[in-house]
Design a protein around this ligand. Structure first.
Ligand code: ADP
Length: 366
């Protein structure tokens, strides 16, 4: 092969290597023309080879989007011998696409002593940024969680240690014993309920995705059983209910039980004292999901609280002068976790003073 033939072959080989390289590489000459680019690089910018590569086709140094994002400065620095790494750059969306989140590594390419070209390696960091944001949000949530847990456990613990100190005092009046034992018992009960609800929350939805041997759950039977249990545990509360057609679902029994226990428990807790509580259960199926509702005629929920109450430790407010019933603010977070793990959604519709309807969807498998 002649010398010229060999050179052409070498150039062709090099061109092919760059084109097929599994990274986003662009090589630019001093005039700002792209002399080579990998297919991967074209994909990241969503651009055709013919509109980017070739002398005079597109001047990178005059590209406004690249200049505004600081990339042009990095290329110019490469021609002075500097390597520049920019970990996160946002390039606004072009006519056809979404904004780009990329890292840029611009470096000089030398032929002997002379810098003939600038090379740029781009990396798509969108997923990394999304992941980072998600991690930061999770971390903040965790910090808030730890803060609330320690704060909520502190006050009953302070009552218990305070009472124990009094009991050990030499001048302790035995007449106060029952009162202080009662305080210790109530505080220990608060701690136990709190820890129990946290455990339930951490376990909620865990069994989805695992194989289970439970037979399909007839929701109407499950709900009836829970209502009968509540009638026993709240003998002083007069309430009625009606269960309209509810589906049978192929989900783990314990998850369904926790779901309804929490919703029904709340309907009872947040009933109106001046009227008989009535709870209605019904389902409005769609072709792909069971849309199930638990409707009560209780206190209702203020519009500003309807989203927040599903967050862990978030409790609603009560009318002035009315004590908030006992609770930890975890019940609806458990409900949401179970429903979401099952692949559904939960929301509430309500009119303050008139009642609430808690809706959730469960995917249909029938
Ligand atoms: P908790 O009952 O311990 O406060 P939840 O997470 O179960 O925790 O409920 C959060 C808040 O949502 C409650 O404090 C209450 O204000 C409101 N809520 C829940 N269910 C109902 C309901 N059926 N009617 C009115 N308010 C409700």
């Amino acid at each position: 092969m002649s010398e010229i033939g060999e050179e052409v072959e070498r150039a062709h080989l090099l061109g092919e290597l760059i084109r097929q390289a599994p990274f986003n590489l662009q090589v630019i000459d001093r005039a700002g023309s792209t002399v080579a680019a990998s297919d991967a690089c074209l994909r990241i910018f969503n651009i055709e080879r013919a509109t980017l590569v070739g002398p005079g086709v597109h001047n990178v140094l005059q590209d406004r989007r690249l200049r505004d994002a600081g990339v042009t400065a990095a290329i110019e620095a490469a021609f002075t011998g500097e390597r520049t790494f920019m970990p996160l750059i946002e390039i606004p969306a072009g006519e056809d696409g979404e904004p780009l989140l990329i890292s840029v590594d611009a470096f000089p390419i030398r032929l002997g002593e002379t810098i003939t070209h600038a090379g740029i390696l781009y990396r798509d960091v969108r997923e990394k940024v999304i992941l980072q944001k998600h991690l930061i949000a999770k971390n903040t949530e965790l910090e808030q969680f730890v803060y609330t847990v320690s704060h909520d456990l502190k006050s009953p613990l302070a009552v218990i240690t305070g009472c124990l100190e009094l009991l050990q005092d030499a001048g302790y009046d035995p007449g106060d014993l029952q009162k202080h034992l009662g305080m210790i018992d109530r505080s220990a009960g608060m701690i136990r309920r709190f820890v129990d609800s946290l455990l339930t929350l951490s376990r909620a939805g865990r069994s989805f995705g695992q194989k289970h041997d439970d037979p399909p759950v007839e929701l109407a039977t499950l709900v009836k059983g829970i209502m009968i249990d509540f009638q026993v545990s709240y003998p002083d509360v007069d309430f009625s209910y009606d269960i309209r057609a509810l589906p049978t679902v192929d989900l783990p029994y314990t998850e369904c039980n926790h779901l309804f226990q929490n919703l029904i428990g709340n309907a009872i807790k947040y009933r109106r004292p001046d009227r008989r509580l009535h709870v209605t259960f019904f389902c409005e199926p769609t072709p792909i999901a069971w849309r199930i509702a638990v409707r009560d005629n209780g206190r209702g929920i203020a519009a500003a609280e309807r989203e927040k109450i599903f967050e862990v430790f978030t409790r609603g407010t009560m009318p002035a002068g009315v004590d908030i019933p006992e609770g930890t603010g975890v019940g609806l977070a458990i409900v949401r976790k179970i429903v979401e793990k099952a692949g559904g959604k939960v929301w509430v519709e309500s009119r303050l003073g008139e009642g609430s309807t808690f809706w959730f969807t469960l995917p249909r498998t029938d």
